[in-house]
Design a protein around this ligand. Structure first.
Ligand code: AMP
Ligand code: MG
Length: 520
């Protein structure tokens, strides 16, 4: 069916729609030359798959009784809300360690910024809305599978308390697009509306630094300070302080990933937001049986972005950002390098501090002792040695506060009907006794402690096989029920629901080895 046949009488392309967003366009007005104007393509037959009403409320978006059809037209980009000004942002980036001087929004458009209920500025972006000046050989489109994955995982991450871009809406466009991963070569075209504190990446700085555009670079740094790090403005060295504040947020972010077993999968500098939010859910996946070497991405053959490498890669990315800021930090290059190097070196201690802080809460601790990091590491070693599911392992701990290990023991058997062997029973009891001793130094009722732990150790995460099942049903049968059910569970990840035991379990053995794709 041609586009014109399917929509000729109902086309809303290029019109505006009565959805109230009080747009502001600080990026477009203050950073002239950092982007290209671009209209979204027309979606021939947009259908709403999901709309995040709760987020729309938080973001002050006035729906004015818009029905599903109106929302589909709006968030496919056909009929944008009044005041939208779609632009594609320029950026560069190191991809798998290799520098690409021009990437940019090849399939995404920032339609504007607005202010949420707390007065914080956020971006609204359509992802998959057609080619832009930065598309290179790409088609500018997004496929349904990756759109559903980003929707599920980003909303789960938010519910898990991890800084992240959000998913406001998902629509199918009515187009079929060509994707090699699809069995029949065709995928269903879709668009995700993503919101973010901003879409400025380490790669945005690299874009201008590598062109030697010092004025642009300063303009960008000043903009980021004003938007995200206003405290840096009055610092003795604002740009060095900016670097150090970005480093702190990255350290907290990656610590949060490690503490829930999240593997980003493509930590290129163009996928590193300077706001400190998780961005770009391409080949991401959650670790199940704990193994720090885990890599899911089909293109990460060297394991560069393996679970255990994430903190080091975050530091590497920070070093790339530091390089771009050198001329702003000090005119004396040697001095600038010394200062920036100190900040980059500070990243690991800062990460360790964040990691142990977040691990303590998972272990039910509200005070700090020097041995806590070792206690947490030893637990992970135990998980690794006995192939324990990361999420289930942490969740089960609170059920053993009364010194009854029976909640843990089924996890220590690959097959829950077999008897646990003595070796791991010994290992487990030894660690458990140490943990209980440590808890005794931080007195709290078992009830309070298990509530604290249950509020930080999720029961439901977007497990890889569940995400795949949801995508499969949507793609092959237009059945979005599994997606919606999984979304409901992972957006309340700490609350146990009746009859949902299977959603808390790892994938069946037949599911592995699991591989993810960039979805481009
Ligand atoms: P990603 O792997 O999604 O982070 O994308 C890396 C770069 O490729 C970015 O510049 C994207 O805008 C661009 N890109 C990814 N997919 C497409 C596509 N289908 N069409 C055009 N550009 C794309
Ligand atoms: Mg990207």
């Amino acid at each position: 069916m041609s586009q014109s046949e399917s929509h000729s009488n109902r086309s809303t392309h290029g019109k505006t729609i009565d959805i109230g967003i009080d747009f502001d366009h600080s990026y477009a007005t203050q950073l002239f030359g950092f982007y290209q104007n671009q209209r979204p393509d027309e979606a021939p037959d947009p259908q709403l798959i999901a709309f995040n009403h709760r987020l729309a409320g938080e973001l002050n978006i006035q729906l004015n009784n818009a029905d599903e059809e109106a929302l589909a037209h709006c968030f496919s980009g056909n009929a944008l809300p009044k005041g939208a000004n779609p632009i594609a942002l320029a950026y560069a980036g190191h991809q798998f360690g290799h520098y690409t001087p021009q990437l940019g929004d090849g399939r995404a458009l920032l339609i504007g910024e607005a202010f949420n209920r707390d007065g914080a500025r956020y971006d609204i972006q359509l992802k998959g809305s057609g080619r832009t000046a930065f598309s290179r050989s790409g088609d500018g489109k997004a496929a349904l599978g990756p759109v559903l994955r980003e929707y599920l995982v980003s909303e789960a991450m938010h519910a898990l308390g991890v800084p992240t871009t959000r998913a406001l809406a998902a629509v199918t466009t009515g187009e079929r697009i060509i994707r090699r991963q699809a069995l029949d070569q065709f995928s269903i075209g879709a668009i995700l509306t993503r919101t973010a504190a901003s879409h400025i990446r380490v790669g945005t700085f690299q874009f201008f630094a590598h062109q030697g555009e010092l004025n642009h670079l300063r303009q960008l740094a000043d903009y980021v300070i004003a938007r995200h790090y206003p405290n840096a403005r009055d610092a003795k060295r604002p740009y060095l302080t900016l670097l150090s504040l970005i480093a702190e947020r990255q350290a907290a972010l990656v610590a949060a990933w490690q503490c829930i077993g999240f593997i980003h999968g493509v930590m290129n500098t163009d996928n590193t937001a300077v706001s400190g939010e998780t961005i770009d859910y391409g080949p991401c996946a959650f670790i199940d049986r704990y193994d720090p070497d885990t890599v899911f991405s089909s293109i990460d053959s060297e394991g560069r972005y393996a679970y255990k490498n994430q903190p080091y890669i975050a530091q590497w990315n920070l070093a790339r950002l530091a390089e771009t800021l050198l001329p702003l930090i000090d005119q004396d290059e040697a001095q600038a390098i010394d200062l920036a190097t100190d900040v980059v070196h500070q990243f690991m201690p800062s990460y360790q501090t964040q990691w142990v802080k977040q691990m303590r809460i998972k272990l039910g601790l509200t005070d700090a002792h020097n041995d806590d990091a070792k206690l947490a590491h030893d637990l992970l070693q135990l998980f690794e040695a006995h192939q324990i599911d990361f999420t289930q392992g942490f969740r089960a701990l609170a059920r053993t506060l009364n010194n009854d290990l029976s909640a843990l023991t089924p996890l220590f058997t690959a097959d829950s009907s077999s008897t646990p062997n003595q070796l791991w029973l010994n290992d487990c009891s030894a660690w458990h006794a140490r943990w209980l001793q440590r808890l005794a130094q931080n007195p709290m009722s078992i009830n309070d402690r298990s509530t604290l732990m249950d509020n930080h150790n999720p029961i439901y995460i977007p497990r890889n096989h569940l995400v795949e099942q949801a995508i499969f049903a949507a793609e092959t049968s237009n059945d979005f029920a599994p997606f919606k059910q999984l979304l409901a569970l992972v957006t309340q990840p700490f609350i146990e629901k009746q009859d949902c035991e299977d959603f808390a379990k790892p994938a069946p053995a037949s599911f592995s080895p699991y591989q993810t794709f960039c979805g481009t």
